[in-house]
Design a protein around this ligand. Structure first.
Ligand code: UDP
Length: 239
C-alpha cells in the first residue's frame, strides 16, 4: 500500500437507481447492506469517505416536468428523495459500527446537519463517513454535479461514480451487444462524443479542476474497495 493511503480522501457517488436494486422504486435492503459493508472496509483501511447519494429511484425533476409538473418543484422533490437514500445508508452503516454524519444542502435540522464544508472535513478527519444529501440545494443541477463540487470543496482525490454499468461504453451496452468499453478517456472526449458519464456541467467542473472520475459497477463484489484503492477498474476519466 502507498504511504499516502492513510490520508487519502474520496468522494463516492451512489446513484439512486442502485438503492432500488432491481425494483422500479424504493430501497432494496440487500443492496444497501452490501454497499455499507464495502464502505466499512474502506474506512477500516484508513480512507476518508464522503458520499453523495442520488435520488433517481424516487423522483427526477426532469421526468416529473415531462409529465406536467413545475420543473423547480420537481427538482426539489428529487433533492428530497436523495435525503431518504442518505438516511437509509446512514442506518445501515451505523448498524455496522461505522460513525456517520448526514449533511444536507437544504436545511432540516431534525433530520440532518446543514452542509458546512469545514465541519464535513473535520468529520472526515475523525474517521466519520459524511453523507451529503439534497444535492446542491438548487434546481437544474444533478447529484453528479454535486458530487464533483463537493469533491473539490473537501479536497477529495477523485470522484468514484458507482453505477449499474461496469464503465463507460461507446454505446449503451444494455441495448447494443457490440458496445465497447473504454479503459480511460479524457474530459474532452467525453464531451465531444456525448458519452454518458455524467452530465456536461459535472464533466466541465471536473475538467476545469483536473479532478479524476472513476466510473465503475457498484454491485460487483469488492468493487468499491478496489475503486478506492486505485485498482484498475471501470473507466478512468482524467486530464
Ligand atoms: N436535483 C436538483 N439539484 C441538485 C441535485 C439533484 O434539482 O443539485 C434533483 C433533480 O431533479 C434530480 C433529482 O434531484 O433529477 C435526483 O438526483 P439525480 O437525478 O442526480 O439522481 P441519480 O440519477 O444519481 O439517482
Amino acid at each position: 500500500a502507498s504511504p499516502h493511503v492513510r490520508t487519502r480522501r474520496v468522494l463516492l457517488k451512489l446513484s439512486g437507481e442502485a438503492f432500488a436494486g432491481g425494483q422500479p422504486l424504493g430501497i432494496d435492503a440487500t443492496v444497501v447492506q452490501t454497499i455499507a459493508e464495502s464502505i466499512k472496509t474502506t474506512v477500516d483501511d484508513g480512507i476518508e469517505v464522503a458520499i453523495v447519494c442520488g435520488g433517481g429511484n424516487m423522483f427526477r425533476g426532469a421526468e416529473l416536468s415531462a409529465r406536467g409538473m413545475d420543473r423547480n418543484r420537481g427538482d426539489y422533490m428529487g433533492m428530497l428523495s436523495t435525503v431518504i437514500n442518505c438516511l437509509a445508508l446512514q442506518d445501515f452503516l451505523e448498524r455496522l459500527g461505522v460513525e456517520t454524519r448526514v449533511q444536507t444542502a437544504i436545511t432540516m435540522a431534525q433530520v440532518a446537519e446543514a452542509y458546512i464544508p469545514r465541519r464535513a472535513v473535520r468529520h472526515l478527519e475523525k474517521g466519520r463517513v459524511v453523507i451529503f444529501g439534497a444535492g446542491l440545494g438548487q434546481p437544474f443541477f444533478s447529484t453528479d454535479t454535486c458530487a464533483a463540487q463537493r469533491a473539490l470543496e473537501i479536497g477529495a482525490d477523485a470522484v468514484l461514480k458507482g453505477t449499474q454499468v461496469d464503465g463507460v461504453y461507446d454505446a449503451d451496452p444494455r441495448t447494443n451487444p457490440d458496445a465497447v468499453r473504454f479503459d480511460s478517456l479524457d474530459y474532452g472526449e467525453v464531451l465531444q462524443r456525448g458519452l454518458k458519464v455524467m452530465d456536461a456541467t459535472a464533466i466541465s467542473l471536473c475538467m476545469d479542476n483536473g479532478l479524476p472520475i472513476v466510473v465503475f459497477d457498484l454491485m460487483g463484489k469488492g468493487n468499491i474497495v478496489r475503486a478506492v484503492r486505485g485498482d484498475k477498474i471501470g473507466t478512468l476519466v482524467s486530464p
